[in-house]
Design a protein around this ligand. Structure first.
Ligand SMILES: [Mn+2]
Length: 311
């Protein structure tokens, strides 16, 4: 690892509520008010495409998919370039649909090496255009990446869906068995079907608390023992809205405490197989006094501490 660089992805194309594109900057502002540990890092901006937010593009089963496709290419490029330089990318992204672009970029970099993904989130994000209840693509990044039976629901959106699934020539870029969930607690039948079929591990909040952080981290990394490289994605809605903040698009009760989120992410990133880390879904427009960004920053600082010990 040469250095650490920030990939600042200001898109909220996949969200149903406006404001998460301001999340990355909200975290950077908190850093400026605090220890200024991010200010000197190399930072690449992948800008928001406000124009794309005006209409849903007419695809109500995968809203704004045309813009998500072009944006995902930019994200993939930014993440790939950071990895190519030898940097560890800290990805600060607006909504979670950006994670698909990151998976493409990471996968392109690792080539044939087996990639594992650790998803710390209230949601499984395993939907497709054929199963989604909302049409919001932030519920789909893992669903697109695993491309599980993606044509089963009909042909209505197949051109767009084929295009996004095959982006960067990495269709089937992630095996469902190479996903590990932590704190997932709000899922739909279609997602539970995939999770059960592939016995995808989810360490629930209760287990995190009863078994402890060390065990949670150990079990997650061991579950992915066959993966050579790992990408960790931390959605702030994994944290509890009452204990931490409601500054996120789709808050779900009974989540992680801030301390648990800090320790889990710190622990995961100690593993040298982890080559990219993302923080996503901070929405300052839904927040009070930027509390979510302030909390997310503490998680980022924990990750930096672990990375500095690694190098
Ligand atoms: Mn998510």
């Amino acid at each position: 690892m040469e250095g650490i660089s920030i990939v600042q992805v200001e898109s909220e194309l996949g969200a149903g509520t406006r404001g998460s594109s301001l999340g990355p900057m909200a975290v950077l502002i908190e850093d400026y008010k605090s220890q200024r540990r991010l200010a000197h890092l190399n930072r690449e901006l992948i800008p928001n495409t406000y124009g794309g937010l005006v209409a849903d593009g007419g695809f109500n089963k995968a809203k704004r998919i045309d813009d998500v496709i072009s944006h995902s290419k930019n994200v993939a490029k930014g993440v790939h370039e950071a990895l190519w330089r030898g940097d560890f990318p800290l990805i600060f992204s607006g909504d979670h649909s950006n994670a698909y672009g990151t998976i493409c970029g990471v996968k392109k970099f690792v080539g044939n090496k087996r990639l594992g993904v650790i998803w710390v989130d209230a949601h499984a994000d395993l939907h497709s255009a054929y199963t989604t209840p909302s049409g919001n693509m932030h519920g789909m990044p893992l669903g697109i990446a695993v491309a599980e039976d993606y044509k089963q629901g009909g042909e209505e959106f197949s051109d767009n869906w084929d295009e996004i699934v095959e982006l960067e020539n990495t269709a089937g870029k992630l095996l469902p068995t190479d996903i590990a969930f932590i704190a997932v607690r709000d899922t739909e039948d279609a997602e539970r079907g995939i999770m059960e079929k592939h016995r995808i591990q989810n360490i629930e909040v209760n287990s995190v608390r009863s078994e402890g952080i060390e065990d949670t981290v150990k079990r997650t990394l061991e579950y992915l023992e066959d993966c050579e490289q790992i990408y960790v994605s931390f959605d702030v809605d994994s944290m509890d809205p009452d204990m931490v903040s409601r500054g996120t698009g789709t808050p779900v009760p009974n989540g992680l405490s801030l301390e648990e989120a800090i320790e889990i992410n710190k622990g995961l990133v100690k593993d040298p197989r982890v080559i990219a880390w993302e923080m996503t879904e901070v929405n300052p427009l839904l927040d009070t006094k930027n509390k979510m960004a302030e909390s997310a920053l503490k998680v980022v600082y924990g990750v930096l501490d672990s990375l500095n010990k690694r190098s």
